[in-house]
Write a protein that binds this ligand. Sequence first.
Ligand code: PLP
Length: 444
Amino acid sequence: MRQDLPEIRTALPGPKAARIVARDQAVLSPSYTRSYPLVAERGEGALIYDVDGNRFLDCNAGIAVVATGHCHPQVVRAIQEQAARLVHMSGTDFYYENMVSLAEKLASLAPGGGLRRVYFGNSGTEAIEAALKLSRYHTGRDKFIAFLGGFHGRTMGSLSLTGSKYVQRAKFSPLMPGVTHIPYANCYRCAYGKQPETCGVECVKVLEESLFKTILPAEEVAAIVVEPVQGEGGYVVPPQKFFDELTAVAQRHGILLVFDEVQSGMGRTGKMWAAEHFHMSPDILAAAKGIASGLPLGAIIARAEIMSWKPGSHASTFGGNPVSCAASLATIELLERELLDNATRVGEHLRARMADWTARFPCVGQVRGLGLMIGIEIVRDQSTRERAKDWRDQIERMCFERGVLVLGAGENTIRLSPPLVLTKDQADYLADTLEECLAAIAKR
Ligand code: PLP
């Protein structure tokens, strides 16, 4: 029996899992969205063992978080050693070296080079809040441009940018005023009805040709906040010209470019930042999720001249705590040493396996992605591109029953965001399992 592949020993959920799920349902917030009853007990690399001894191949990585795999020994050692020395001090008021070392490292990794400064929070949403506040502080402007389908978090500021799902915003108004959403460069579903050959980047041109002339004075816009690869929106990869046009508009109007790399960053796309695929150098870059292999940490990395706010203007008690910083330094070392390469290599292998899926499976509308950030869009009919959310959900469930953990993103996309330690054999197992499920859907 292969120890690196799934093994399902019980009906799912198993008896222990079922009991824990029942207890959970009685006491935890019903706002969480659980797709299937996985009750995790321990993890190792790309594998998760549940409480009944079933072994799963994890292609979610705790929602793109455990970049180095579950419990990588080097990360665990760094956490243990740091926890035995100093757990908390509060970098808002005191100094400790590994917070400085991590900031130096992140500043040196910022795409495009130049002097950078780093601010630490604890999560993606906090990184976005910091980016919003810094953008306003630096520009003296109050408005923002964001994208439909984008996800930036759920606190009031970041939620105002989030344009992903109705349920995330309903009943939470009033949100932060001054955010204008425009269509994202989703070329499979172009909001302007264009094909890649006829595209004139209308999704960005709408700013100067329409919005800036009518309802949104450009000189009041602090920043454009964009995911370089849309994550929760369905793992959508825009074309290069989208970024070229965005840069040109931002420069013409003195608007900052904020890249939300909370999901796409930290090696997920095979490069440290997705921005690098598009030769972009954002003014502010937000990172979280994969940054510390599972410990809570978020950061913004900004051009040094932009991050010029006064002492006291922004801080967070736990932000950049010593244990998270230690985990992050170990994570980055592993990414640079081997995992960026592995993400590129195994990602290419997976996408090569999927290259003929639109021809073989009528329910596959598109396969897209970079590195190990891969989306498979499920449609009722390839010609109408009608979204097949129910089929996507069924595939998710079928994969679970076969020991493979995948989740959805967007309305009808299967998202693959496995740990970056995924091996070629595990990638093949994932592809085989998905093929089996897609074939089953085709027979319905
Ligand atoms: N930004 C992006 C692109 C995300 O994908 C997420 C979470 O999914 C967030 C921000 C919010 O991060 P967090 O859940 O850590 O607050």
